[in-house]
Design a protein around this ligand. Structure first.
Ligand code: NAD
Length: 538
């Protein structure tokens, strides 16, 4: 990637280095462990504060509140937030519209510099942000660090991408003309993130939108509004002008659907479930009175991701890959492995080894950095337990299946594995979004690929095999947006693994990739006949 001089826009950086992923924190190092414990104590002392809604730079309070709690200790309030009702959509869109003319004409270098300053500020407070994620959504330290690191990566990556788009290569020059292609912003957008990567996805979609010159209404998930409020403070500290990001926590079906439907919302950047994504898609397609454009939707949705393990695979690596993908953050990742498709030749040994490996997984308080913590909410807890009951009628329970009771009443569920699952069983078809893995036996690689492709989703997938021929075949036939070989199906890295799914997994937006910012822009082609105007402005 080219280096660009940002001296004037970001005095703290003299030249832009090529993008590299933020390194992970080594929590086995004593100083990092101490820093994390200190950050947890510091953040714990800030829990329960009230946060304002911010529209056009104005701090607002509403009568109704959203109470964000710690899923490991539901009585512990993480943050108290305002609750935007549908009626506030008008005000929020008006504020974003008012900020648009100036922001859309701010140079790409200045907009990128804002992202770089925000990245620097987050980097300086990495442990603190990890602590917020640990308290608000129950991530362990490593998962929290991955979320914070990905946030920094998105800011750094999209800043560079905006500069690259701005310096775009001119089109073919038609004889006698000067031809130009410029990527201009769309207008006002609704940014609607999920709770499971409440920092990276929330900040990533917001940053991509604003670095292109759009202004947005950010409606965080009701399960993770605190991290969004903290992000807004960072943007403000980095120099965000009023009205460019309007922070409006609110209920999805109420305020969320109102901003989607608003006739002046030009685009919707959404990440979440299939059902909500499809609803947004339909609503956005409807033209309302006063609307002058076709809305654009960028929709990233659920998954039912599979890992295929062949008899010729390194079994140790396959077991580790399946366990990390299925139970990392309790399976609450869109990329989580929820189906392991195992060749019949190693099926029994794989299941035995898997059961042994799962016995070593500890579940408990994320502040203590235990491998798996609680699921996000009581609603999720009930949903996962319902699926476990369905699983008991459809397949054989290999391990888990029970809740774990703690004095604090956290939403803990054991890592659960069902074996001998039919490929068409509900637990092999529907997204559970919890610590439940379906193991399916397959007689051949051909059958494994057919099983893997036989859901309505198409997000991530992995193949463990030592056969080049099989990997090459999977490259062609395994129909997912993010395909991996001999590694886990989770853990996409910004830049290296542009992320987005096929079919009902979404619009394949490829977040963290070179095509992503194009979704937040429209290209304007300008052709000027030479010789009719002075060459420079007078
Ligand atoms: P969700 O669909 O319940 O909610 C996502 C967001 O949509 C929230 O902010 C919510 O308030 C809002 N919302 C809900 N109803 C709405 C409506 N009618 N109109 C407008 N907005 C509405 O999803 P979730 O539980 O927050 O997240 C989990 C889901 O997200 C899973 O399905 C997971 O696979 C998916 N996910 C996908 C990706 C990806 O990149 N494909 C990444 C992370 C999570």
């Amino acid at each position: 990637m080219a280096t660009a001089d940002l001296t004037s826009a970001a005095p703290e950086r003299t030249a832009l280095m090529p993008f590299v992923n933020e390194p992970f924190i080594d929590f086995t190092a004593a100083e990092n462990k101490r820093a994390m414990e200190a950050a947890l104590a510091n953040v714990e002392s800030m829990l329960g504060r009230e946060y304002d809604m911010v529209i056009g730079g104005r701090r607002l309070k509403t009568g109704d509140k959203i109470i964000s709690t710690n899923p490991a200790r539901p009585a512990q309030v993480v943050g108290i937030h305002q609750c935007a009702e549908a009626g506030l959509a008008e005000e929020a869109v008006a504020a974003a519209l008012a900020a648009f003319p100036a922001w859309s004409r701010t140079s790409a270098a200045e907009r990128a510099a804002l992202l770089f300053r925000a990245a620097d500020l987050i980097r300086q407070r990495k442990f603190e942000f990890c602590a917020w994620l640990i308290f608000e959504v129950g991530k362990n330290w490593t998962e929290a660090d991955a979320d914070v690191g990905e946030t920094i990566d998105f800011l750094e990556f999209y800043g560079r991408e905006a500069l690259r788009l701005d310096a775009t290569v001119p089109p073919i020059q038609f004889p006698g003309e000067r031809n130009q292609l410029r990527y201009i912003p769309l207008g006002v957008g609704a940014v609607i993130p999920p709770w499971n990567f409440p920092f990276a996805i929330m900040a990533g979609m917001t940053a991509a939108a604003i670095v292109c010159g759009n202004t947005v209404i950010l409606k965080p998930s009701v399960d993770a509004p605190t991290i969004a409020a903290r992000f807004l403070s960072i943007l403000e500290e980095a120099g965000l002008p009023d009205g460019v990001v309007n922070l409006c926590p609110g209920e999805g079906p109420d305020f969320g659907s109102a901003i989607v439907a608003h006739p002046q919302t030009r685009f919707i950047a959404f990440t979440g479930s299939k059902a909500v994504g499809l609803e947004i898609h339909e609503s956005a397609a409807r033209t309302r009175p006063g609307q002058k454009f076709i809305k654009r939707t960028i929709l990233e949705m659920g998954g039912k991701d599979a890992i295929i393990v062949e008899a010729d695979a390194n079994l140790d690596a396959a077991i580790e890959g399946v366990v990390a993908s299925a139970f990392g953050f309790n399976g609450q990742k869109c990329s989580a492995c929820s189906r392991a498709i195992i060749n019949a030749g190693i099926y029994d040994i794989f299941c035995d080894r898997l059961r042994e490996r799962i016995r070593q997984i500890e579940t408990g308080d994320p502040t203590k950095n235990i491998y798996t913590g609680p699921v996000i909410s009581e609603k999720a807890f009930k949903k996962v337990l319902d699926y476990i009951e369905i699983g008991k009628t459809e397949a054989r329970l290999l391990s888990g299946g029970e809740t774990i009771k703690t004095p604090d009443g956290g939403y803990y569920i054991q890592p659960t594995v069902f074996v001998d699952v039919s490929p068409t069983a509900r637990i092999a078809q529907e997204e559970i979004f919890g610590p439940v893995l379906a193991v399916i036996k397959s007689e051949s690689f051909e059958q494994s690929l057919a099983i893997a492709n036989n859901t309505e989703y198409g997000l991530t997938g992995s193949v463990f095999s030592s056969s080049r021929e099989k990997l090459d075949r999977a490259r062609e036939e395994f129909h997912v947006g993010n395909l991996y070989f001999n590694r886990k199906s989770t853990g996409a890295m910004v830049g290296a693994h542009p992320f987005g799914g096929f079919n009902m997994s979404g619009t394949d937006s490829k977040a963290g990739g070179p095509d992503y910012l194009l979704l937040f822009t429209q290209a304007k082609s300008i052709g000027e006949k030479i010789g009719y105007a002075s060459e420079t402005a007078e």
